[in-house]
Structure formats: structure tokens, C-alpha cells
Design a binder for this molecule. Structure first.
Ligand SMILES: Nc1nc2c(ncn2[C@@H]2O[C@H](COP(=O)(O)OP(=O)(O)OP(=O)(O)O)[C@@H](O)[C@H]2O)c(=O)[nH]1
Ligand SMILES: C=C(OP(=O)(O)O)C(=O)O
Length: 218
């Protein structure tokens, strides 16, 4: 089966504010996106990765990895000032549906620095059996990945309580244990310490290993 991934990336200066005021915040936010996209590009079954972002510098680095960039529409975002994340995702979904009408779609948050290609491939195998599905975050209330088969409408409702909102819209949670990398988005320093134990992707590992103990002690 053929899948297109859509990844929203806020970019800097505002990204990952819940990591707190720390000098490596912006670099870590970039690294999370690079590692998420790198794992997706290495996963069998993912044909294209579309990144929706307004951060031009990061877009160049993501494009160098092999991502297709959808430049976030500032008009669209400002028309939905309370919900720019879902506005950006809708923008990516429109591009994907128009360019790849036969593809199944998977929306992933761009903050999965421990994501492995093997976990992506396992997720896609499970998702092939459901018109609409989702992967909850490790805590269970949020969503890291929202999936729909080709031609099935998909309405993103990311944000607080998104798992329940997505389930109400017909997305079935896939049977993945909380330990798998695809359930581990990183919002806080504590999340980063957990992701470090799972195994970080190369961009994030470089930053975290450069400051030993930083992830666990903040
Ligand atoms: N393109 C785009 N992506 C967004 C936007 N807001 C959040 N994202 C991305 O959506 C994913 C999940 O968002 P969050 O976990 O809230 O990330 P964040 O907004 O950087 O983090 P906080 O500042 O701590 O809320 C991450 O990949 C973000 O980069 C947005 O306005 N536009
Ligand atoms: C975007 C989400 O959560 P968070 O911002 O906490 O990562 C979500 O779970 O839909």
C-alpha cells in the first residue's frame, strides 16, 4: 500500500515552548522535526513526506533530507488564529489529495524524535485494515498520528483531547503499546528523557549527547 505522510512543523522562534527557557530549545525543536521526517523517509510504504511549515530555514534542511515542503499559508493561518495547527494540516491534506489521489494519508506530529522506520511500517500495516485510524500519544489523551485510506475524508482535530475528538469522528485507535516510538511526542523535558531512553534519532541525539544529563535534569 502506498502512503503519503503530512507533517506540520511550527518552526522557530515559537516552537516547543513547553520545553521551557533553555538555550537549546530552538535547536531541539528543529532536531525533533528532522528526526521525525528522517524516519518517515526511511520507512517502506511511505512514498512522500509533505511538511507544512512557515519556517524557511528549517524547510531547506527538511527538503535536503527529501521532504516536499508546503509553505504554510499565513493568510489561512491568520484566518484561524485560534487553530493554526489544524489549519496547517488541512492545507497539507488538500495538497496531498490533489497531487496523490490514490494514496492513503497519515498525518504525524513533527515532534517524534525517537520515531523508528520499523514502528512506522508496523503502524501502516495495522492501519491498512481500517478506513480511519489513529495512534494515541503515550499518555492516551492526545494523538500523534491520524490516518485515512485513499478517498476517505479526514478532518484533523489535533490539540488538547484530540484522541477523543478523532475517535468521535470515526478514527479507530490502533493496537500499539505505549512503549512504541510512534506514541512518544516530546512536549516537555520529561518527555525528552523518556524519548532518550527509547533511543533518539541522530539530529536530536547529537544535541542531547553534547550536554550529558541535560535531558534528564531539567
Ligand atoms: N505548520 C504548523 N505546525 C504547527 C503549528 N502548531 C504546532 N505545529 C506542529 O504540530 C505538532 C504538535 O504541536 P505541539 O506539540 O503543540 O508543538 P509546539 O506548538 O511546537 O509546542 P508548544 O510551543 O510547547 O505548544 C508539532 O510538530 C508542531 O511543530 C502551526 O501553527 N503550524
Ligand atoms: C497536538 C497534540 O498534543 P500536544 O500539543 O500536547 O503534543 C495532540 O495530542 O493532538
Amino acid at each position: 500500500m502506498s502512503w503519503v505522510a503530512i507533517v506540520p512543523v511550527k518552526g522557530n522562534p515559537g516552537a516547543k515552548s513547553r520545553l521551557g527557557e533553555r538555550p537549546d530549545r530552538a535547536g531541539l525543536a528543529d532536531a525533533f522535526a528532522l528526526d521525525t521526517v528522517g524516519a518517515l523517509l526511511s520507512a517502506r510504504g511511505i512514498d512522500r513526506v509533505l511538511v507544512v511549515t512557515g519556517d524557511g530555514e528549517l524547510a531547506v534542511r527538511l527538503a535536503d533530507l527529501g521532504a516536499d515542503i508546503v509553505r504554510e499559508d499565513p493568510v489561512r493561518a491568520s484566518a484561524a488564529p485560534t487553530d493554526p495547527l489544524n489549519a496547517a494540516i488541512r492545507q497539507g491534506l488538500l495538497v496531498a489529495r490533489a497531487a496523490f489521489p490514490q494514496a492513503n494519508l497519515a498525518v504525524l506530529t513533527g515532534d517524534l524524535p525517537a520515531l523508528t522506520p520499523a514502528d512506522v511500517e508496523h503502524t501502516l500495516r495495522l492501519a491498512a485494515g481500517q478506513e480511519r485510524s489513529l495512534v494515541p500519544d503515550a499518555a492516551g489523551a492526545g494523538t500523534t498520528t491520524l490516518l485515512a485510506l485513499a478517498g476517505i475524508p479526514i478532518e484533523p482535530r489535533f490539540g488538547v483531547g484530540s484522541r477523543a475528538a478523532h475517535e468521535a469522528a470515526g478514527h479507530v485507535p490502533l493496537g500499539l503499546p505505549a512503549s512504541v516510538s510512534i506514541r512518544h511526542d516530546v512536549d516537555t523535558a520529561a518527555d525528552l528523557a523518556v524519548a532518550q531512553r527509547l533511543g533518539l534519532g541522530p539530529h536530536t541525539r547529537l544535541l542531547v549527547d553534547g550536554a550529558p544529563g541535560a535531558a534528564a535534569s531539567r
